[in-house]
Design a protein around this ligand. Sequence first.
Ligand code: LLP
Length: 433
Amino acid sequence: MTERITKVAENLNVGGIDTVKLAKKHGTPLFIYDINKVRENAQAFVHTFQRLGVNSQVAYASKAFSSIAILQVVKEEGLSLDVVSQGELHTALQAGFPTDRIHMHGNNKSIEELEMAIENKIGCIVVDNFYEIELLEHLLEKYNHKMSVLIRVTPGIEAHTHDYILTGQEDSKFGFDLSNGQAEQALMRLMTNEYFHVEGIHCHIGSQIFETTGFVMAVKKLFDAIGKWNKNHGFIPEVLNLGGGFGIKYTDEDEPRPLGHYVEALVEEVKEQANQLQIPIPEIWIEPGRAIVGDAGTTLYNIGSIKEIPGVRKYVSVDGGMTDNIRPALYNAKYAAVVANKVNEPLEETVSIAGKCCESGDMLIWDLQVPKVESGDILAVFSTGAYGYAMANHYNRFPKAAVVFVEDGQDQLVVKREQYNELTRLDLPYERG
Ligand code: LLP
């Protein structure tokens, strides 16, 4: 799948390491991240902004995969960070992430979350709704703290992988509506309160988007609003945050653009619109999650039972499933995979990869072409770096998998495999009467 995944000898090699050896050493299921690929993805965004001479922040959307080690890598690459919860902020603090480069999201931020953000003087809060404004008004006064904010708007564009929909009024739980004046009302309320510094506007139009069209349409919509707000209130945005959502390749059917293309399209449109309005070109922020870590991740599984229903299907079961990758069950997401210890063998059969959860829907891949497969083989599923470990769950009380980074021929355990005693750590015994 990625250029770094090469076939050497008989086994699949990722980041200079034999994956079969990794599976033996660390056990399975195992997430492995090619850290050079993470760095490369990050720099594809950063360098394009630099080349185009635009001030920018590339904020890693940590919901895609948050752990102390990955945030340390992201920090090294000079990225900012998008967090959506106290847990994600906690992880960022544990990773020593510079708090002025942290942005907080969420459609229902709690008082505790907002207090944590204020106490740690994070870079900005992306304000989502009137309830949040009210909470912040009280808290910022209490803490006597001036907070930079972006106002999140729903531009009425819903982007899908291959197409996009324009809706007059977007039906979304996130942000302020642009079409009915709520966004302008929110802006006024923030601009007239000395505890807020309104840095700019934010929008996010969706995830796993391949085309640049939806992003360009969103910029146009934002500038319609900016033009109006500029005329009515003298508003000039310092920052435009255009969210994340840049698509990656899961299977050969996916055809994302090179990451820099999205940046080029955004920058071009922002420059043109700003020039038309005769306002300075704002800083452009983006929030990629999947595009930073998605294709850097591979999951290794051990193949166990194999059930053949003659003339119907061959089920090949692995030692993980919807507990480490819920995306096929939840979104019908497609993945590519190989038998890691047989990469040089010819593809001979079509099998379906089943997870081990007690649920028929726990299927990872339907109809995968593989060499003659046997119990004990190692299956490597590609592009599992985003929303895999992050969405892992404890269904059937499976412990969470381990995570290993590979870089320049070295492997490093960065999230330990969960142990059974940790699964029951929070349980208390039943006591009668
Ligand atoms: N910014 C905002 C405000 C977001 O809501 C999201 C994703 C991102 C950035 C990052 O999007 P990305 O670049 O990763 O596409 N669990 C789903 C994806 C949910 C995305 C939610 N928001 C999946 O597994 O496909």
